[in-house]
Design a protein around this ligand. Sequence first.
Ligand SMILES: [Zn+2]
Length: 121
Amino acid sequence: MSAATKKGGERPERVPTHLRKGDTVLVIAGRERGKSGRILQLLTEKDRAKVERLNMIKRHRKASGNAAGGIVEKEASIHCSNLQILCGRCNKPTRIAVRRTPEGKRVRYCRRRDCREAIDG
Ligand SMILES: [Zn+2]
């Protein structure tokens, strides 16, 4: 986040992402730039996502009861604007478009001109 960002009073800018749990995404900015992984959890209200084995942080946990203490590694969330979905068909990072099937189902598809394949199932 840039230092010039104003604090308070402003409505946070919501970037509509079409990410879902289980999607494979590429990190396009930040510490993990260039790496990819599967979305484990979406924090929709914060526009952030946890990606498998990416942006790991270490938590030092005290032993309590019969649970052993020690250093626990876990995923920290990454802002969705730093993520780009990887198309499973063309294997490239892409943007998502949504269209409706004649049955009224929403289907996400790859926006690359040479691909245009549906990303869901
Ligand atoms: Zn594609």
